[in-house]
Every structure is written in C-alpha cells, then in structure tokens.
Design a protein around this ligand. Sequence first.
Ligand code: BGC
Length: 389
Amino acid sequence: MKRKLLGALLSVAMVASLLAGCGGAAATDAPAPAAEATEEAAPAATEEAAPAATEEAAPAAEATGTKVGVAMPTKDLQRWNQDGSNMEEQLKAAGYEVDLQFANNDVQQQVSQIENMINNGCNVLVIASIEGDSLGTVLATAKEKGIPVIAYDRLIMNTDAVSYYATFDNYMVGTKQGEYIRDQLKLDSEAGPFNLEVTTGDPGDNNARYFYQGAIDVLQPYIDEGKLVIKSGQLDFDQVATASWSSENAQSRAENIVSSNYADGTNIDAWLCSNDSTAQGVVAALEANYNGTWPIITGQDCDIVSVQNMIAGKQSMSIFKDTRTLAAQVVKMVGQILNGETVDVNDTTTYDNGTGIIPSYLCEPVFADINNYKELLIDSGYYTEADLQ
Ligand code: BGC
C-alpha cells in the first residue's frame, strides 16, 4: 500500500519535472499568439527533462480500466517512434491501458485504426494525423460516442470533434530556423548578396505552413532588399513543399535546383529546410552533384542521422523538440479530461481548425547546433554518446 502511494507520488513528481521543460506551469488563460513569440528561448529542455517515467510508478487508482487510443502517422521517421513509445510508457505508468498504432503514412490505414479504437472502447483518442483534413468522418463517430480527441503535434482540420491540441510552437520553430540563417550569414552587417534555397514540408500537414511562415517572416525583408537571392525563383509554399516530408522527394527537387542553377560552381549560402528528413534529402543531393562551398542547412527534430550530420558539418542546426515533454503534457491533459478538471492550455488564439479555435498547449522548441548539442541531447539523457557514433 505504502509502495503504491510512493509510486503514485513519484509518478506525479516525474511528470511535473517533465512538464517543467514544456514551458513551466500552464497558464490556462494566457494566450501567446505565435506571431509574437519570437524572443530567444532558453534551452529549457536541458536540466528539467528527465527520462520518461518508469514502470516503478504505480497505476493511479482512477485510471484503471481506462483505455487511451494513440494514433501515430508512421514508423518511418524516428520522432514518431519516440513519440509513440513515450506516450505508451507514460500512459501505462499513469495506469491507463494503451492502444498504440502506427499507420505507415497511409490515410486509410489511420482511419481504420481510429475506427477500431472507437469500437474497442477507447475513452480518449490522441491522434497525430497524416493528413489534417481526412479524419472528419471517423471523428464524427467519436464525437457521437462522447470520446474526446486530442490532436497531437499536428492539428486536425475541419472537424468539431477535436477538443484540444498539444504541440510545439510551430511558428516559433520556423522563426528560429530563419533567425539561425540570418545570424550565421550576418545579414544585418554583411553586404551579400547570398544565395538561399528553401525546402518545406507536406501540404497536408498544417504544421508545414507555420514552419514555413515563421522562417519566411524573418527572411523576407532580406529577400526584398536583394541581400538574399533565390536563384531557382522558387519561394511560394506550393513550390517548395515536399510531399510526405520524404527525403527522396526533397532530394530530387534539390538535384534539379542544383543542376539548373548551381552547376557552374556558384555557391549556395544557405538552404532553409523545415525538418530533418527534408534536410537529409538536400544533403544527399548536394553530396551527389554540388561543387561550391557547403551551405548553412537547417532542420528540425534532432533525428540521430541529422545530429550525426551536424557533427560531421553537413547540417548546421536542428530544432530540438523533446518528445518526452510533449508526451508528459498530453498524458496530463488526458487525466484532466477524464477527471473533469480544467485542462491546461496556454494558447487560445492561434490554432483555428476551420470550426473555430482549438484550445492549445504549445511547448517551446529550442535549436541545437554543434555548440550546444551535447548539453541538450546527451546531458538530458535524450541520446547517449554511443547513439550518435
Ligand atoms: C512535425 C515535425 C516532423 C514532420 C515530419 C511535423 O508535423 O511537427 O516534427 O519533422 O511532421 O514528420
């Protein structure tokens, strides 16, 4: 009995320490419009982030018999595997049953997995969608049955079945990528001009437009004054998007850009990539047929391959989104929903999914580069040195 109580307290303490890396105490009514959230973030994830809750944590009594469905988009990308296993581990530690599914980036597969979760008695659904617009019908059933839905990382669009959204501040991710390029190229003091190319993500993922816009809002003034030049002429979102965020798609577009615009040895000074899978495609294209000076290349997720590329000087930075802190926040929200408590949100203005604003909790992303990756990624226990060899 005593052990159970201690376990429950430990579990609460662990979740609390994880949440500290997710923006600190939640301010239920303190909306922080993404467009204003541009100041430099302290690397919050380092000291506070603890390894995910272990099985020592005894189930919370009220959670017993409650099932949570967790739908993840794919196993292809490292981050979703980590998100899935963090969610599973932390939900189980809190005493919930978990139905965790990955959908191979196949929308129909994700729809039928969610149907099964509904039919199999899940009490709450946590969904990282493949295509934000494709879940309306299945989620109408969830709503009819009174099953709350939390959109995880990616907003689910055009359905009133979504109760809450938890993510990292997507606009801030883009801002930090743009600022990194601005600062590394010293755009405020150097004359330039500098050559820039841009690669963003999947048009069906609502996040992609936020990443893109956050970065472009920083870089656009330099493009307008001619200090940044886009030789390919491709800057509109639709021109620079990458279907399925696939490295292969990013690589083939980058190869075309290089052979059409930089084959004569002209330098590319920076390549804005919205995430690591697209950055890896651009790196592969440059390795294959680019002869100029290596450009600054941005990314996001701190995938192992991209951190290795960072150590090898092939990718300059990545955004670190500690999936442990997002999972901890969502597990907390699940508990609050099920217990009828006020659910922590810190943004009630930014994310309109087409049916109105979805109350959101935005965790703070930080950037990692060669100078701080050890502190952020290794000292916090996210990776071991051996993972990065
Ligand atoms: C996530 C990114 C990820 C991308 C590709 C986005 O929705 O926020 O972290 O890199 O999807 O999976």
